[in-house]
Design a protein around this ligand. Structure first.
Ligand code: COA
Length: 380
């Protein structure tokens, strides 16, 4: 029996430039827009909670719709006791991102809609995961430090409640707004690697929790979401404003990949990085010279990357610095990306199932020609 032949001319390494499906959720073609709205306007005029609603339901919420959505999410801000016990049982060295992936997988067993793949059930599950993921990050963070987890505050926004549950004190309005904007910018990005992973998983008629678990696995890598945890490493290696230029020139001559720069789609710069940069700078400068020096260092690296490589920062570059300026520990940075991107991932899972066709591409075979099996006794 023979299979249909793949089309070699359709091959593009890394699927670069390939259209792999349709979406009405966002586009990067004409500046980044979520459901038609420019991301800059959304960051300026709306909050992450409104953006999560927009991504899941297709429209910006009216006041009463937002209040009802926030109330449902707030009600779901807790983890089943066995998941908290699992956090206690995991090795101390487990990374927060790996723990979040495990937590989402474990949460599936406790979700009453687990086996229901209807649109309505997936929206309910999406809202619950939106609520539970920040709780999982914060609870595991505190347990890993020998601290008691903190009960969520129902009246707080996604961003404010996360900072409260992590630190045990309410953050300042400026910190909450800065985090909220970064979450808006992280929420959705078309067919990026983790979103595509989620769509592939659910295209088999698997379920939302499996898709999100897989998406978190894809996000982890430093070529994707893991890059925001590498930004402070880059800056520390650069040393400071005095040594940054020499360091970056040297690193480039060694052909090093500078985390936080470059993008598969944006070759002339990432609009999201431009939006977050002044916010990161403001918080760093407010924190004093020890923090402000990283902004100066970053500025020098940006200039040299543009001059020598024609390469520009992506969102992870200012986000890594912003979270550092907010005194957050590096291993929670990629989990924080995930607690925002859950909104986009879930919207894509629902969209995929609304008009599903199994995602099953072909490969170009480059292996050995046909061979005959020699039995083990004759192979020597
Ligand atoms: C995001 C990324 C994977 C996109 O890359 P891509 O479109 O697949 O491009 P490639 O990996 O094929 O790289 C093309 C060339 O640019 C170089 N390059 C890409 N990103 C680079 C970076 N951040 N620093 C230095 N050089 C880089 C590669 O080394 C390669 O050079 P070569 O042709 O001399 O071998 C890549 O830019 C990268 O690794 N960036 C750093 C990680 C990061 O910040 N990820 C977050 C993305 S939002």
């Amino acid at each position: 029996m023979s299979a249909s032949s793949p089309n070699p001319s359709a091959y593009s390494p890394g699927l670069e430039g390939i259209v792999a499906g349709e979406t009405a959720i966002s586009t990067v073609s004409d500046g980044l827009r979520y459901r038609g709205y420019p991301v800059g306007e959304l960051a300026e005029r709306a909050t992450f909670d409104e953006i999560a609603y927009l991504l899941l339901y297709g429209e910006l919420p009216k006041t009463a719709e937002l209040a009802a959505f926030q109330a449902r999410v707030a009600m779901a801000r807790r983890l089943p006791e066995p998941v908290l016990q699992l956090f206690q049982a995991l090795p101390k060295w487990a990374s927060p991102l790996d723990v979040l992936r495990t937590a989402v997988s474990a949460l599936a067993h406790f979700d009453q809609d687990m086996a229901d793949n209807s649109r309505e059930a997936n929206l309910r599950k999406a809202e619950r995961l939106l609520a539970q993921m920040p709780v999982a990050i914060a609870d595991h963070y505190r347990i890993s430090k020998g601290l008691q987890p903190i009960m969520a505050k129902q009246e707080l926004s996604h961003a404010a409640n996360f900072l409260y549950m992590l630190n045990g004190t309410e953050a300042t309005a400026e910190e909450v707004r800065a985090l909220d904007i970064s979450l808006t910018l992280y929420a959705e990005h078309e067919f990026n690697a983790s979103t595509f992973t989620a769509r592939v998983i659910v295209s088999t008629m698997s379920d939302l929790h499996s898709a999100i678990t897989g998406a978190i696995g894809a996000l982890k890598g430093p070529l994707h979401g893991g890059a925001n945890e590498k930004v402070m490493d880059v800056l520390r290696l650069a040393g400071g404003p005095e040594t940054a230029e020499a360091w970056i020139l040297e690193a480039l001559s060694r052909k090093e990949r500078i985390m936080g720069f470059g993008h598969r789609v944006y070759k002339a710069g990432d609009v999201r990085a431009g939006i977050l940069k002044p916010i990161s700078r403001r918080l760093a400068e407010a924190g004093g010279p020890a923090l402000a020096k990283w902004e100066e260092t970053a500025e020098i690296i940006e200039r040299v990357m543009a001059e020598k490589k024609g390469m520009y920062p992506n969102l992870d570059w200012p986000a890594g610095r912003l979270y550092h300026a907010m005194n957050l520990e590096i291993p929670v940075y990629t989990p924080m990306f995930a607690m925002s991107r859950i909104a986009g991932w879930a919207a894509h899972v629902i969209e995929q199932l609304d008009n599903n066709r199994l995602i099953r591409p072909r490969s170009l075979y480059i292996g050995s020609g046909p061979r005959t099996v020699v039995p083990l006794v004759e192979r020597g």
